[in-house]
Design a protein around this ligand. Structure first.
Ligand code: CP3
Length: 351
């Protein structure tokens, strides 16, 4: 599965660099990309969004591929994530998902008898995402890694259950005590939905998969193991044995690090609150690590960003493999120059 090149012997292309880092093969420097690298901080994205509503953009393969490529053309990252949303697979399922611009669910799941509403065609709603992946793979000609993604069962369930999320997903946590059997069924269904979306993206040519568990950090270790963690394991079990590397992101979950590292994913993506070097010590060589510059640090002067990138690269050497990224998504107010400085510094180019 590993590209048969040694880091010293021949130049590694961006895609190989990404795959090698995920699997823990030696490299001279880590690959770099950014969560939410396509989005509102880019004027060319805002220009398209003035004409096209968000869901229409996700539903148009040609435009979605174009928007995915916008940050690559400007900054030349080592990986391109397909433009879509973790909630897109839920859009065909009778929940009434809308974006204003944050997600709002008109008909949330409230009781066990609502579960049949989670039937419907995932394949149909994410067909444009898969077609966008095919277009990206063609445009990037195997030189740059294409990333597909899905939401983790726990995080998808959080949105399906609450019309607008409460702090720390209180309703979902309450459900885990009040009606654990209902929660299990809900999580199992979400694992199937995410798996279906991922298998289709893998078949379309995704080189790497990322699973976003944005709300797992709200759980204690004990609760994580019996709910979100169990469902993540189920999701990973539903993927083909021969599959691309899987990156698992959980926000604000330093207490879950060892658990996340033991689920069978290849990479754990850290948010900015965790010390990268300490995380590397804790997970050992079970997984590679991704992260984890504070997205707010992209507002710093160029020299400060360069210093922090150098520091992260140094800390990342303690990990089995390291993919340089932010600790969460790029914010809409981020200066374009900050993103440019981050990628340049990561790739050893001067400003
Ligand atoms: O560039 C990329 O990273 C790929 C595209 C991508 C989007 N959402 C586009 C988007 C990805 C990977 C996501 C993941 C996602 N979506 C997550 C997990 C990551 C995280 O942020 O923790 C979650 C929780 C969602 C759900 C979601 N979608 C939220 C909370 C929002 C509103 C956030 C905001 O920034 O306003 C969205 C809308 C959304 N998804 C936007 C984008 C670019 C903004 C919509 C717009 O253009 O108006």
């Amino acid at each position: 599965m590993l590209p048969a090149v040694s880091a010293e012997a021949s130049p590694v292309n961006r895609r190989d660099r990404m795959l090698r880092a995920c699997l823990g093969a030696p490299l001279d420097r880590p690959p770099v990309w950014l969560m939410r690298q396509a989005g509102r901080y880019l004027p060319e994205y805002r220009e398209i969004r003035e004409r096209v509503p968000f869901l229409e953009l996700c539903g148009d393969a040609q435009l979605a591929a174009e928007v995915s490529l916008q940050p690559y053309r400007r900054f030349g990252m080592d990986a391109v994530i397909v433009f879509s949303d973790i909630l897109l697979p839920l859009c065909g399922l009778g929940l009434g998902v809308e974006f204003r611009p944050g997600p709002v669910v008109a008909n949330p799941i409230e009781r066990e008898s609502d579960l049949p509403r989670l039937e419907g065609s995932v394949a149909e709603v994410i067909a444009p995402t898969c077609e966008a992946i095919r277009r990206l793979a063609r445009a990037l000609e195997g030189e740059v890694a294409v990333i597909g993604f899905a939401g983790a069962p726990w995080t998808l369930a959080a949105y399906a259950l609450e019309s607008q999320l409460s702090r720390d997903v209180a309703a979902l946590r309450a459900l885990s005590y009040r009606a654990p059997a209902f929660l299990d069924r809900l999580l199992d269904r979400m694992a199937e939905i995410a798996a279906e979306a991922l298998v289709l993206q893998i078949e379309a040519g995704a080189d790497v998969i990322q699973i976003f568990d944005t709300w797992a950090g709200a759980l204690s270790r004990e609760r994580f193991r019996c709910s979100a963690g169990r469902a993540l394991r189920r999701l990973l079990d539903l993927l083909p044995r021969e599959r691309p590397p899987v990156i698992l992101f959980a926000r604000d979950a330093p207490h879950l690090l060892e658990d996340l590292a033991g689920l069978g994913a290849d990479v754990v993506s850290l948010d900015w609150r965790v010390d990268l070097e300490e995380a590397a010590r804790r997970v050992g060589d079970r997984v590679s690590l991704q992260g984890n510059l504070d997205p707010a640090a992209l507002a710093a002067p160029t020299e400060e960003i360069e210093r922090r990138v150098a520091e992260l690269i140094e800390q990342g050497r303690k990990a089995r493999g390291h993919v340089l990224n932010l600790g969460h998504g790029v914010a809409p107010t981020t200066p374009v120059e900050g993103v440019a400085a981050f990628v340049r510094a990561a790739q050893g180019r001067r400003g």
